[in-house]
Design a protein around this ligand. Structure first.
Ligand code: ATP
Ligand code: MG
Length: 551
């Protein structure tokens, strides 16, 4: 079991018996966007802790803001959490289901003289709040009678007033050094339709008021949230203490930030709405839907979150670590295949015209249990354009005029002629093969320095490959004045190439290593029986392993 400051707090509570040994957490997304890798950290933490302590974790939609929330987001969140591998049993809740209870609790505070209706405008309230160096000013409506407050609040609820006319505020302390305690707004008037409660409500609770109540109603023990809520904890505690309600412990940890990406839902939504990416599930997005579509596995994301751990100070994690985690997972599991994505035609002049040999290829050298398959070899092949150079430097160990190279699982070939196109580029190579050098056969021991992959032209299947690169050109795009200005213009390159015939009927979502090229998955949306489309999940070069070695 990992150990960190959160688990230390829980262990202490279990020792003192504060929650009777119970551990009950929750993951409370606001359904106003798709989940991203930062949310995954919170999900793994909350569900992980619950599992470790034989406790429970609720999935709760914090849907207190009617204007930005949509059913599409609710559905995607449910699917994403399940895909990550977590189960909330029958405990799927909506904050909006507690609106009535929240209203009753607000009435309780009014009756206790701890909340009041304020007719000030939003600007007046903001001004009256003061600053870090100046105390706030008390509102002229602060000392209304309980009766008047009850009457006005009830009429706010009944829809008598327009948006913004009045708010309900907690009566805490306008001189508090903590700005959150200076009579925070609890309810605002908003004549808007809610995705679940329709037009039943025209007053909506603010986050600080609602969240602790939601936790209390669900009898959460540990309310784990991100660091920016640390200054809100006194208010969280104040509300529940004033109500005399069941009182969970709020614990804050540092949110996850990743290099070369943005994580705010607002920014991600902007990219989608402006068509900068192909949707929320575009593999360049740090969303769980995007990572999944791009070929990431739940296991790799869970392993990433575990390695990142929890901390009390914000930091940015190198995206190379995430890529390392998926490579590590796929290296064990993904079958190897040969694919040529930027094809160059090769004719083997001394290979018999009609002959086809079925050569044996290993499915995964990391796992002999995955067996072997047959790959057809014939007179006309495709190799990777980059594996040929007409005037190579000395260290180039691939194909060049007069030079030899081994074709993986097949023969050593030698380039004897180059056919050129109009602009002088190679369009076809003529080679000879050495029949004595078939891989695995007796007498095949002759060695050459380079081995390249290939496919048989007559047998290969055409395939589209989407080659993704980082979405941004800078490490911290959030720091740019306009984050769209640092988008990587070359973050997607689409090529048409060929894959070996064993890929016929490849199942959408299935994952492969294209030898020497990287890990690819069959696109879940655009691939079909008649059309193969692959997403490159990640290349083979592990920059993280290099970084880790230096550390
Ligand atoms: P955003 O700022 O991207 O809109 P949010 O915090 O408003 O995110 P919520 O839907 O409110 O999004 O988040 C649900 C839960 O996920 C919260 O408990 C929040 O603390 C947690 N969370 C959100 N972003 C991160 C992150 N980058 N790292 C860790 N936890 C996060
Ligand atoms: Mg939020």
């Amino acid at each position: 079991m990992p150990s960190d400051f959160i688990r230390d707090i829980i262990n202490e509570h279990n020792k003192t018996g504060r929650f009777g040994g119970r551990v009950h957490t929750r993951f409370p997304p606001e359904p106003n966007g798709y989940l991203h890798i930062g949310h995954a950290k919170s999900i793994c933490l909350n569900f992980g802790i619950a599992a470790e302590y034989s406790g429970l974790c609720n999935l709760r939609f914090d849907d207190t803001n009617p204007t930005r929330e949509e059913v599409e987001y609710v559905e995607s969140i449910i699917e994403n959490v399940r895909w990550l591998g977590f189960d909330w049993g029958d405990r799927l809740f909506y904050a909006s289901d507690y609106f009535e209870q929240m209203y009753e609790s607000a009435v309780q505070l009014i009756k206790a003289g701890k909340a009041y209706v304020d007719d000030s405008s939003a600007d007046e309230i903001r001004e009256g709040r003061g600053t870090l160096t100046e105390p706030g000013r008390e509102s002229p409506y602060r000392n209304r009678s309980v009766e008047e407050n009850l009457d006005l609040f009830q009429r706010m609820k009944a829809g008598e007033f327009p948006d913004g006319a009045r708010v309900l505020r907690a009566k805490v302390d306008m001189a508090s050094p903590n700005l959150n305690m200076r009579d925070p707004v609890m309810y605002r008037i908003l004549h808007a339709e809610h995705h679940r409660t329709g037009n039943k409500w025209c007053i909506y609770p603010m986050y600080d008021w609602a969240h602790g109540l939601e936790d209390s109603i669900e009898r959460i023990t540990h309310s784990i949230c991100t660091l920016e809520f640390e200054d809100h904890r006194p208010l969280y505690d104040w509300f529940l203490d004033e109500l005399g309600a069941y009182h969970p412990q709020q614990i804050e940890f540092a949110r996850l930030a990743l290099s070369y990406t943005v994580m705010s839902k607002r920014k991600l939504r902007q990219l989608v709405e402006k068509g900068r990416v192909r949707g929320w599930d575009d593999p360049r997005m740090p969303t769980l839907s995007g990572l999944r579509r791009g070929g990431y596995t739940p296991e790799s994301i869970r392993s990433f979150c575990e390695r990142v751990g929890v901390a009390k100070t914000d930091s940015t994690i190198d995206i190379a670590l995430l890529e390392h985690c998926i490579r590590e997972d796929l290296n064990k599991r993904a079958p190897r295949v040969m694919a040529v994505l930027k094809p160059l035609r090769v004719v083997i002049d001394n290979y018999p015209e009609e002959q086809v040999e079925e050569l044996e290829a290993v499915n995964n050298p990391e796992d002999p249990g995955m067996g072997t398959r047959k790959v057809p070899f014939s007179r006309v092949l495709y190799i990777e354009r980059d594996d040929f150079m007409e005037r190579p430097p000395k260290e180039f160990f691939r194909l060049a005029p007069g030079r030899e190279v081994r074709l993986r699982y097949a023969y050593i070939i030698k380039c004897i002629d180059v056919v050129k196109g109009k602009t002088g580029e190679a369009v076809e190579l003529h080679c000879t093969y050495d029949p004595e050098t078939r891989s695995g056969a007796a007498g095949s021991s002759r060695k050459v320095k380079g081995t390249i992959h290939w496919v048989s032209a007559a047998h290969a299947l055409e395939a589209e490959a989407r080659l993704y690169d980082r979405l941004f050109t800078v490490e911290d795009p959030g720091a740019a004045d306009d984050f769209e200005s640092v988008l990587n213009p070359n973050s997607l390159q689409i090529v048409t190439g060929y894959v070996e015939p064993s890929m016929r009927g490849a199942v959408p979502g299935s994952k492969y290593q294209f030898e020497r090229l990287g890990y690819f998955c069959v696109d879940e949306k655009d691939s079909s029986a008649g059309r193969l489309v692959f997403n490159r999940t990640v290349g083979l070069r592990d920059t993280w392993a290099k970084i880790a070695k230096k550390l």
